[in-house]
Ligand binder design. Structure first.
Ligand code: SF4
Ligand code: SF4
Length: 131
């Protein structure tokens, strides 16, 4: 038994690793990945449809200059309904997924926090939203 395990270990030393050293190494995410929402404040008219269709009551329309959606991603299931139903195409998904927080307040994203002009900057490990 010991010899069998030893041989198994030895064999795997020379095979390609199947694991990844996260968080140092991030896998390539597909374009259809559903991560943090991005809000285009120029397109949003504050109609609240995104808030109404959200099955988990993630979105609250708040005053931020004008009225815009605010997301509590602690409840979000990333179904994409808010994006599909937005009449103005103001919402989209990014590949930003590291959204954990030490407290409940930390999962709430104000409109101005998810509307950074350069969407590409928000994606991936090096970007992300600043809280
Ligand atoms: S993001 Fe779209 S659906 Fe939501 S309030 Fe703005 S315009 Fe309306
Ligand atoms: S992705 Fe789904 S659960 Fe998340 S805010 Fe949009 S509608 Fe709600």
């Amino acid at each position: 038994m010991v010899l069998k395990n030893y041989l198994l270990t030895l064999r795997n030393v020379y095979t390609k690793s199947v694991t990844r050293l996260y968080p140092e190494e991030i896998m390539e995410l597909p374009d259809a990945f559903r991560g943090q929402q991005h809000l285009d404040m120029d397109k949003c008219v504050g109609c609240g449809i995104c808030s109404q269709v959200c099955p988990n009551k993630v979105i609250e329309i708040v005053k931020c200059g004008k009225w815009y959606p605010q997301f509590d991603n602690g409840h979000c299931l990333f179904c994409g309904l808010c994006i599909d139903f937005c009449p103005n195409g103001a919402l989209s998904m990014t590949k930003h997924f590291e959204l954990c927080s030490w407290d409940r307040q930390g999962t709430i994203y104000r409109p101005d926090q998810i509307s950074v002009p350069n969407k590409a900057e928000l994606e991936g490990r090096t970007g992300g939203y600043t809280k």
